[in-house]
Design a protein around this ligand. Structure first.
Ligand SMILES: Nc1nc2c(ncn2[C@@H]2O[C@H](COP(=O)(O)OP(=O)(O)O)[C@@H](O)[C@H]2O)c(=O)[nH]1
Ligand SMILES: [Mg+2]
Length: 212
């Protein structure tokens, strides 16, 4: 098969930049984006940067990756949609987006809910679900967005994560020990080539987790 799918669900509080990231991936105008009020599914065929370097004899060089991105509303009253999104679209990975300039507590709660909702998709019985969680091979990506507001410093984003999200993140890792846990710092809005490379890197990682 020359086309492979990489599907992701993008979650996070309102205004963190989920829709902006999707528009960026799709190469669409990111000037005025209105708030997302329902689950939206976007799809785009992309080539990963690493494919350029493959030998002409390699099938990988000619593949297309079809990114399917599920965009969810961030408003707290609409968080139950997240569970629905995870249930309806069994995507390959969950990208949880964080805005370091917004209220932190709400965002920590949101991440905790992501963990809880995902658990509920595994089994209706909570004990069984916890057991399944220990074996689940999911992909959880924390993405700190708006690092243009942190002087484009990945170190600052790292510090911010450690100070605020450590407990929630550790809890997620303990609950889903066989899953992949990664993080990246980006600016969906600003920054040139390097930001594209980082976004590309997120998909590259997901691809590697899925297809080796
Ligand atoms: N400074 C800065 N602003 C951003 C960035 N990404 C998104 N925004 C702004 O944050 C606001 C909310 O973005 P949006 O994509 O609608 O957030 P969503 O609610 O998570 O979908 C918009 O005004 C965006 O222009 C970023 O990387 N840096
Ligand atoms: Mg949105």
């Amino acid at each position: 098969m020359l086309t492979r799918e990489l599907s992701i669900t993008i979650l996070g509080a309102t205004g963190v930049g989920k829709t902006t990231l999707i528009k960026r991936i799709k190469g669409e105008d990111i000037e005025d984006i209105s708030p997302t009020t329902q689950i939206e599914v976007h799809s785009k065929r992309i080539k990963l940067k690493s494919q350029q370097y493959k030998s002409a004899l390699s099938l990988e060089k000619y593949r297309t990756y079809k990114v399917m991105a599920v965009d969810c509303p961030g408003d707290m009253s609409l968080w139950p949609y997240w569970k629905k999104a995870m249930q309806d679209y069994k995507t390959n990975g969950i990208i949880f987006m964080i805005d370091p300039t917004q209220d932190t507590k709400v965002q920590i709660d949101a991440l905790t809910q992501v963990s809880n909702y995902f658990l509920m998709t595994l089994d209706n019985d909570i004990v069984k679900a916890e057991r399944k969680a220990r074996k689940a091979k999911a992909i959880f990506f924390l993405v700190v967005n708006k690092i243009d507001l942190l002087d484009f410093s990945k170190a600052k984003a790292d510090e911010y994560l450690r100070e605020n999200f450590k407990a929630a993140w550790e809890h997620l890792k303990e609950r889903y020990p066989r899953s992949f846990h990664g993080w990246e710092a980006i600016s969906a809005l600003k920054g040139g080539e390097e930001m594209y490379d980082r976004i590309d890197g997120i998909f590259e990682t997901i691809k590697r987790e899925l297809y080796g």
